[in-house]
Design a protein around this ligand. Structure first.
Ligand code: ATP
Length: 365
């Protein structure tokens, strides 16, 4: 039977998470109300507050409860500032692994007047999420980084056929919905085996997508081309660390980290909305954080779940929110200072919610 409602977890995270996650919920709630999408919101403790209240940044039972949901919003985690101790772990690599969220979908889009390098940037980087160079997620036990002597450190990079193949398939599917062009980013000139395997698997999957044009760019050239001609890219797929770096670079093209949303997906069970940026402790509590990345991450999740679960009201709510975000971003008073606005987090959120309501009533009239 087709689901008619969604159950979504709210995990605020740390620092600006307490400001931008509620903003994202407010926007999605407003859009859902207009399209008749029922959402059962479930707040759950995570991060520093969970550590203080429950003795762990990822309290026992969290993963089990989340697995019964359709998705969740995960605010930024300020793990670098956690006091050292057994309960102070960084939860999100564990979540990505536990729920097999192997594809991190990170779009970069320019909006006029925000200080973007160009006005015609519209690309999405699909980053492998669960292996590669990240030592906290590329092994099942221990760490992918170790120090055999005082003066030597070894960091392991894990590339598997399965990991490469499934992220490639996710990227081809996204490319097919967009401008049907996929760029493979790698460095198989040096990592002949690791990147070599990644590229091989991408080309195997390409056979299932004859309608998508494929090209390849070496990662260092990509870093340059992203700045010089970002408008020529549509969908990009790459390994974990390259994707991590390139997505921050891409954010810089369109106004900074506040403009960098992300969605973590796997084979369909559950989605996690997680912005690219960190918890920004330097601006936390001031009410000035740009909520775009978090709002857009949540919006992407609703859209993805709408398609994945065949819930038309969710797809409609996501489209309504998308138009409203563009409307609010067009006005300096309803955008934050980091993107040449005169407003704060609350002004931007209110601007988007107001635009949702007026769009919906104009359509109803
Ligand atoms: P992490 O290692 O946890 O990803 P980071 O070192 O990348 O964190 P961030 O917390 O992302 O650091 O912050 C980097 C800079 O970007 C800071 O100056 C911060 O204030 C700014 N920043 C990040 N997110 C936002 C946002 N949503 N709105 C405005 N500024 C932001």
């Amino acid at each position: 039977m087709t689901a008619t409602h969604l159950t979504i977890g709210i995990l605020e995270g740390d620092d600006i998470g307490h400001e931008i996650v509620p903003a994202a919920v407010e926007v999605i709630r407003a859009a859902a109300e207009q399209t008749g999408l029922a959402i059962d919101w479930r707040p759950m403790p995570i991060g520093r507050r969970a550590l203080d209240q429950h003795g762990s940044t990822l309290p026992e039972g969290t993963l089990e409860t989340l697995s019964t949901f359709d998705g969740f919003i995960l605010g930024p985690i300020g793990h670098q500032a956690y006091p050292k101790g057994a309960g102070a772990i960084n939860p999100h690599p564990i979540m990505r692994k536990h729920f097999n969220l192997f594809a991190n979908v990170r779009p970069t889009k320019s909006f006029p007047g925000l200080g973007a390098l160009r006005d015609d940037i519209d690309l999405v980087i699909v980053r492998e999420n669960n292996e590669g160079f990240q030592p906290d997620r590329n092994v099942v036990a221990g760490s992918g980084e170790f120090r055999p002597t005082e003066d030597t450190t070894i960091s392991v990079r894990v590339i598997t056929r399965q990991g490469s193949s499934r992220v490639a398939r996710a990227a081809f599917e996204i490319a097919r919905q967009r401008r049907k062009k996929l760029t493979l980013v790698h460095k198989n000139t040096v990592f002949k085996l690791g990147c070599g395997m990644f590229v091989e698997e991408c080309y195997k999957v390409a056979k299932e997508f004859p309608d998508v044009a494929v090209d390849e760019v070496i990662v260092d050239t990509m870093a340059m081309r992203l700045v010089r001609d970002p408008q020529t890219f549509d969908t990009v797929v790459t390994t974990n660390m390259f994707g991590d770096i390139l997505t921050d670079e891409a954010a810089g093209l369109v106004g900074g980290l506040g403009m960098a949303p992300g969605l973590c997906i796997g084979e369909g069970a559950l989605a996690m909305a997680q912005a690219t940026h960190g918890s920004a402790p330097d601006i936390a509590g001031k009410g000035i954080a740009n909520p775009f990345a978090m709002i857009e991450s949540a919006r992407m999740m609703i859209e993805w779940l709408g398609h994945n679960r065949s819930i038309a009201q969710a797809v409609e709510a996501a489209a309504l929110a998308e138009r409203a975000i563009a409307t609010a971003l067009a006005e300096p008073s309803t955008r934050t200072g980091d993107i040449r606005g005169t407003g704060n987090t609350a002004d931007m959120t209110r601007g988007i919610v107001d635009a949702i309501r007026s769009d919906a009533s104009a359509r109803a009239a």
